[in-house]
Design a protein around this ligand. Structure first.
Ligand code: SAH
Length: 249
């Protein structure tokens, strides 16, 4: 099959690495699994050797869909021709284990979408561009803060480009998101807007971005930058700001 660069089609072809990733995904009896971008099904076939209840495949490319339908005849598998960006995960169940070797051009958007549906996704294991994976785990970025408000993020391992076909220009990294027990209940769109606003021109002092009364209430140094504030603090700021806004109405 001819692989499509614009869809980020770099197939993971090293059997040993696929085995290791499958162990980390750790499919179990009763699990409802979701794979993003199964491609030709290299990882999928490894997963099929484990017990689980259902496996939903989300793939955007009709050519890949056709080959998956020909090659995978397991009654537990449901194939969806779908865009993982914006996909409504909660339509598949309430307790999903999501994973995938993500298409790198839209990997950040898929991670963002995972957060929007975190209510139904207690765990996700994603392979993405190494730099992006590291930045999601450590920050600073609005997306890292957004993810870490709801999930514990672990960097599991790096995967050199030689294990892929065709070989990508960048190294890859595997991360695991584990939903926090006390994931806060906030309006996700509004919270995202709050974070992107604070992180735009992130070197600017925080006093230019937040009302003085919020800074005073939390004793935040008005000269500090957003990147020095951890996700817990930013959530606190968000909640106080909501309250201040509410009081003014
Ligand atoms: N998991 C396979 C293929 C990874 S390549 C492997 O490891 O070998 C990324 C896959 O994601 C490709 O099959 C590509 O067609 C698919 N893809 C690209 N954009 C997508 C999107 N927005 N939604 C779902 N799948 C997408």
């Amino acid at each position: 099959m001819k692989l499509k660069k614009h869809l980020g089609q770099h197939l993971l072809v090293a059997s040993g690495v696929l085995d290791r990733i499958t162990q980390l995904i750790d499919p179990k009896d009763g699990d409802i699994l979701v794979e993003i971008g199964p491609g030709t099904g290299n990882l999928t076939k490894k997963i099929l050797t484990y017990p689980f209840k259902a496996l939903h495949l989300l793939e955007i490319d009709p050519d890949m869909i056709r080959s998956l339908k020909e090659n995978i005849k397991d009654p537990r598998v449901v194939i969806h021709e779908a865009d993982a960006v914006g996909f409504d995960f909660c339509s598949l169940g309430e307790n999903l284990k999501v994973f995938g070797n993500l298409p790198y051009n839209v990997a950040s958007l898929i991670v963002e979408n995972t957060v929007f549906y975190h209510r139904c996704i207690p765990q996700a294991i994603y392979m993405l561009q190494k730099e992006v994976a590291e930045k999601i785990q450590k920050g600073p970025s609005w997306l890292s803060t957004f993810v870490r408000t709801f999930y514990k993020v672990e960097y599991l391992m790096s995967i050199p480009s030689r294990f892929f076909y065709p070989k990508p220009k960048v190294q890859s990294g595997l991360i695991r998101l584990t939903r926090k027990e006390d994931a806060p209940k906030v309006d996700l769109k509004d919270y995202k807007n709050f974070l992107t606003r604070l992180y735009s021109m992130r070197r600017k002092a925080i006093k230019h971005k937040l009302p003085e009364e919020v800074l005073l209430e939390l004793s935040i140094d008005p000269m500090c930058r957003v990147e020095s504030l951890d996700p817990e603090k930013l959530l606190l700021i968000y909640n106080i700001q909501q309250k201040v806004r509410g009081d003014k109405r």
